[in-house]
Ligand binder design. Sequence first.
Ligand code: NAD
Ligand code: DAU
Length: 333
Amino acid sequence: MRNLLVTGGAGFIGSNFVQWVAEHEPGLHVTVLDKLTYAGRRENLAGAPDGLLTFVEGDICDGVLLDELVARADAIVHFAAETHNDNSISDPAPFVRANVEGTFHVLEAARAHDVRLHHISTDEVFGDLALDDPVRFTEESPYRPSSPYSSTKAASDLLVRAWVRTYGVRATISNCTNNYGPRQHVEKLIPRTITALLCNERPKLYGDGRNVRDWIHVDDHSSAVWEILTRGRIGETYLIGAGCEKSNREVMQAILSAMGCPGDGFDRVSDRPGHDLRSAVDASKLRCELGWEPMHTDFSAGLAETIAWYRDHESWWRPDREAAERRYAAQGS
Ligand code: NAD
Ligand code: DAU
């Protein structure tokens, strides 16, 4: 593999993956295709060495552009998507377009040029678990998405499966749990909470805060994607997770404590409609078949580094925060 096409490479996880590749596979040339929506930043790719990276500003729904780029690629990693549940509730249309129609165009280009594809998806396609459910999601769990966002990701996964079976497209899928780390958009729980405290404002906890998420450091997501891209079996799905379940209340209190704030220094706000109660994955297939292991197994340490990153990069998040908080104010959360 010499030329890799990464869609959505200017976003949180895509840019981390590009930097991971630059560090671990320096011989590889990467082309990033990104529309630079409110969530994408050209500067997120600033660390990639010259000569390694070609950046193309464009839309995955542009079939002609995709066809041109895929013709020159040996493999595609498809991150591009609209990704925030709350936005999908207030305005689902961009999610259908980017996540369903966009994935259709990626698949058609992969089919036309017989190029290997890895499709990035989410554990939210499986819906939620009870708090005391003894099992976690596996690759065999039924699809039961709850939100407009997760239903469009589920739809995109089903398109990938159909293109594999009907047209023999050489694709794999991964469904990962909640990521955290540097350069995550301030609309998401961990950066929203950290930046509220940095602004001397009270962070917001949805509902009763019992909802559980399974957290993984974004570096570990990137290493897992590389293993699946290079050694995964075509047509297979792999769940990615580091086995780090925390309630939202625990995450909120961990951040408050790490930032020297009182444990009750947050406000409870109305719950997200259709809010998934608990998500957690069993990543045994990835661990046993491909030998993948997460490196960031200490959540408190990962959180402390993430807090330090936001403390040191105010100019990166400040303008986005103002816009995101205006969107939240319009939604009442
Ligand atoms: P993000 O919102 O930070 O970045 C998305 C990127 O996609 C942005 O750079 C944006 O400009 C780009 N994009 C959006 N629509 C596009 C279009 N039509 N054409 C080209 N580019 C477009 O998202 P993220 O958190 O980095 O998520 C990346 C992928 O990982 C998504 O597919 C998401 O569903 C998946 N995922 C995310 C998480 C998580 O916790 N954040 C967990 C599991 C899976
Ligand atoms: O599971 C993977 C998914 O994780 C990804 O597919 C999504 O792209 C990603 O956004 C994330 O989805 P969540 O909805 O779980 O993430 P979010 O950061 O929006 O919220 C995490 C939890 O925190 C969720 O239960 C809602 C709650 N929350 C969120 C915000 C923004 C709060 O309590 N307060 C908040 O201010």
